[in-house]
Ligand binder design. Structure first.
Ligand SMILES: Cc1cc2nc3c(=O)[nH]c(=O)nc-3n(C[C@H](O)[C@H](O)[C@H](O)COP(=O)(O)O)c2cc1C
Length: 319
């Protein structure tokens, strides 16, 4: 798959997920076949000010080739001050967050608030396109609420100013993450740009491999962003590939899940330290073991687990 002048291994991407898509999770997702991953959203203002945490968010794992870096901010000014700080991290593509519904972000005019004044996204995309060789992408929602679904107009402003990839999370800001995503609007967006080289990715309610295959066929979108469906389930990337190739896919065995959790733990400990890995892994493990018989015992023990041995011992309840 080509976006702008960049070649990606596949059109199945790991979506930006605040609090999740660090280097360790991205490494696991890549091993299972993610075509590229997106960092969690990084504040353009924080980056411009040299905030320490941003360095952590943008750091690649060893061998990570492509990495889309997502920024958020309300207007062109923080992006223009952030750009020189961002470029040394060699983003493969820069994505602009226009979908975040969190009040703390919206009240600064960033995230989905940009959909209320689309001329601001025009200025941001135009500035970035003119000042870097890196393709620019935009991730947005249907609109602010059901009464202001302006995603088609918004998309045209992004493309007119140079965006090469548009990802539509097919919910409104007021829906947050509830209700269902309206995939028919992803199809409308794809149809709108059918005869152009702009790529359209779909996001929303891709919770299993079968969902991704259905989204691709029902909407004609160029690619899929996996979000909640990949948390605790990086297997989803290889499952989609296998479904597309052979019409079948296998669920991972308990042993495979335990091996994957422990590898994830090791990558996390490599990236941070054992203590932080112990804390950060808890939410991932709860997602990995969800629905497996014996998972409630694992969850109860994981709350106290920190070291590798404690994790392994907690997970043994699944066997
Ligand atoms: C915990 C969490 C964190 C998220 N963080 C981001 C983010 O940093 N940037 C972004 O553009 N979207 C973010 N999203 C939205 C997802 O990328 C995705 O568009 C959304 O969850 C819809 O897909 P799904 O229904 O398949 O989960 C986040 C979603 C969740 C659940």
């Amino acid at each position: 798959m080509e976006i702008g002048n960049i070649h990606f291994r596949s059109n199945l991407f790991l979506a930006p997920l605040a609090g999740y898509t660090d280097g360790a999770f991205r490494r696991i997702a890549t091993e299972f076949g993610a075509g590229c991953c997106v960092t969690e959203m990084v504040s353009a203002e924080g980056l411009a000010r040299g905030n320490d945490r941003t360095e952590e968010l943008l750091r690649r794992f060893d061998g990570e080739e492509e990495l889309v870096m997502q920024l958020f901010g309300p207007d062109v000014d923080p992006f223009s001050r952030a750009l020189d700080h961002l470029m040394p991290y060699r983003p493969t593509m820069i994505d602009i967050n226009c979908g975040c519904p969190v009040p703390k972000v919206i009240k600064t005019g960033a995230g989905s608030a940009l959909m209320q004044e689309p001329e601001r996204i025009g200025r941001i995309v135009s500035f970035l396109s003119r000042n870097t060789d890196v393709p620019i992408s935009v991730k947005f929602r249907l609109g602010w609420d059901m009464n202001s679904m302006n995603f088609l107009q918004f998309a045209h402003i992004c493309v007119d100013n140079g965006a090469k990839l548009l990802t539509l999370h097919a919910r409104t800001r007021s829906q947050g993450y509830s209700g269902s995503a309206d995939w028919s609007q992803i199809k409308r967006l794809k149809d709108e740009f059918r005869n152009t080289d702009v790529k359209i990715f779909g996001s929303g309610d891709v919770l299993c491999a079968e969902d991704a295959v259905r989204m691709l066929s029902q909407t004609g979108c160029d690619g899929v962003m996996f979000a909640r469906g990949a948390i605790g389930n990086p297997f989803i990337f290889s499952q989609v590939r296998s479904l597309l190739e052979s019409g079948k896919c296998q669920r991972p065995s308990v042993d495979e899940i335990i091996d994957t959790v422990m590898r994830h733990y090791d990558y996390m400990a490599e990236l941070f330290d054992e203590r932080s890995a112990g804390h950060e892994m808890r939410k991932h493990v709860c997602a990995y073991v969800k629905g497996i018989p014996g998972s409630s015992r694992v969850k109860a023990e994981i709350v106290r687990a920190v070291t590798r041995e404690e994790y392994l011992s907690a997970l043994s309840a699944l066997k």
